[in-house]
Structures are given as structure tokens and as C-alpha cells.
Design a protein around this ligand. Structure first.
Ligand code: BT5
Length: 248
């Protein structure tokens, strides 16, 4: 059964020991009119990534979804996703993890100096609204917190593996505080994101709807799109999957 989770953060938090997907529960709350609400679970049995991918969410993680009703255009919604990655990386850094951000919104821990990484957290943003106005946004944040790396897919890491277990209540509180701060300072999101970015300066391959591109990631725009310097000139990518290439 859901219980209230007492936090000093500016959100009411509904806690579940086990749930299908916190994003699905948050979408229900959003549809019922909730604002500034969050759903948190110890375990998810139907966790989702982007593009219908599965998200492994065993007991011990921070599986969190936040409902917002911002007065913004849908084109600004990606800034909420970037804000969540900044908030997550900051909370993880305070827990002693060398967390950085891989564009657009994976929170990763670097391995070595050549752009390699393991994934610590992922973000899935879903929204409802019209072309000029967002009705609600659900930002889903999954952090591998107090979990053995063996229980996670290849290429994943956890706070436990990197720095030992974390007090999840404190972690969630810090994450929500930082997220809330950037919700009210959307112009500050990209500068904060840049400071934590692992992708900038890397050779990348980006899979996007319009085809694949390869080049050096040189910047992000004020709406969070990635700028890639390719052999054919600069390309700006608003959405896609990004892979850091190992130097040859
Ligand atoms: C994401 O998708 O990274 C978004 C993940 C969002 C999860 C949160 S948990 C709270 C909320 N409720 C949900 O149901 N979802 C959100 P994507 O970029 O598509 O990455 C998915 C890929 O990451 C998978 O195909 C696996 O390769 C890998 N993966 C799966 N589980 C993982 C984990 N726990 N840690 C690291 N990598 C994982």
C-alpha cells in the first residue's frame, strides 16, 4: 500500500514498496489533476526506459516520478529532463559518486579517461498537452542506489558499487530540492548541465530519426540540443541516442 513519505522537499511523495512503474502511477495522479506530486518505489516490476525499452528496477533503488504542471511550451520540456539529470548527478556527487552526464540525460560514472562510462541513472519524461502549452509533465528518474552491480544489466553501476550505500530519504530530498530549483530557473539549466557534461569534447555517434551522424560533440544549445562537428559541418541534434566512441 502507498504511504506518505515525509520529506522537507517541496513535493508530496507517495511511497510504494513495489509498483509496476512509478511513471504509470504518476501519470494517473497527473490525469487526476495533481501538481507537485512525486511517486517513489523501492522496487518496480514493470520499469520502462525510452522507446519501450525495459528498465531493471530491483529493490534498493530510487525509482521516482515527479508530476509538474508548468506554464511552458512543449518545446521547453526537454529542459525539465536536463534539469532532472543535473539534480540527479548533484545528489549522487554529494553521496561520493563521480557522476557526470552523457547527453541527453544519462547519469554515468566515467571509466578511464577516454569517454567510457557506466550508467548510474536514467530519465524518462512523458507529457500531455497541446502544441502551445504543456498540461502536465511526468519526469521519471531511476537511480541505481543501494543495489549490487551484479543485479543490474551490463554497463550499469550503482551508488553502492561506487561509494557504498546512501540514505535514500536524504538522497531523494536533495534530488527534489535541486530539481525544484531548476524548474524555477530554466535559463540556469543548460549552464549547470554543461559543467557536469561528459559528452562535450568527445567523439560521438548519434542515432537520430534523420539518420546517424559521427563527429565531435562541441556544445549544447539553450534548448538542450547537441551540436556535433562533422566532416560535413555542424549538425544540431534535438533528440537521439548518443554513443561515445573510443579513440582509435
Ligand atoms: C532510460 O531509458 O534511461 C530511462 C530510464 C527511466 C527509469 C525510471 S525509474 C522511475 C520511472 N519509472 C519508470 O518506469 N521509468 C522511470 P533508455 O535511455 O532507453 O535506457 C534503457 C536502457 O538502459 C536499457 O535498454 C538497458 O540497456 C539499460 N538499463 C536497463 N536498466 C538499467 C539500470 N537499472 N541501470 C542502468 N542501465 C539500465
Amino acid at each position: 500500500p502507498a504511504v506518505e513519505y515525509e520529506l522537507e522537499a517541496p513535493f508530496s511523495v507517495e511511497y510504494h514498496d513495489s509498483v509496476g512503474s512509478t511513471n504509470d502511477r504518476a501519470r494517473e495522479l497527473a490525469t487526476e489533476g495533481a501538481a507537485d506530486a512525486a511517486v517513489l518505489a523501492d522496487e518496480q516490476v514493470g520499469g520502462r526506459g525510452r522507446l519501450e525499452r525495459e528498465w531493471a528496477a530491483p529493490s534498493g533503488g530510487v525509482w521516482l516520478s515527479v508530476v509538474s504542471r508548468p506554464a511552458i511550451a512543449p518545446a521547453k520540456a526537454p529542459l525539465y529532463t536536463l534539469a532532472a539529470s543535473v539534480a540527479t548527478a548533484r545528489a549522487a556527487r554529494e553521496a561520493g559518486v563521480d557522476a557526470r552526464i552523457k547527453w541527453p540525460n544519462d547519469v554515468v560514472v566515467p571509466v578511464g579517461d577516454d569517454g567510457d562510462y557506466r550508467k548510474l541513472a536514467g530519465i524518462l519524461t512523458e507529457m500531455e498537452g497541446e502544441t502551445d502549452r504543456v498540461e502536465w509533465l511526468v519526469v521519471g528518474i531511476g537511480v541505481n542506489a543501494n543495489i549490487e552491480a551484479d543485479a543490474l544489466p551490463d554497463g550499469a553501476t550503482s551508488v553502492r558499487e561506487q561509494a557504498g550505500d546512501v540514505d535514500r530519504r536524504r538522497f531523494v530530498q536533495r534530488l527534489l530540492e535541486e530539481f525544484d530549483r531548476y524548474r524555477s530557473d530554466l535559463e540556469g539549466v543548460v549552464p549547470a548541465w554543461r559543467e557536469l557534461a561528459l559528452t562535450l569534447g568527445q567523439q560521438v555517434r548519434v542515432d537520430r530519426r534523420a539518420g546517424e551522424i559521427v563527429g565531435e560533440a562541441v556544445d549544447v544549445t539553450e534548448s538542450g540540443a547537441l551540436v556535433v562537428e562533422t566532416d560535413d559541418g555542424r549538425v544540431t541534434v534535438a533528440a537521439g541516442d548518443c554513443e561515445h566512441l573510443r579513440p582509435v
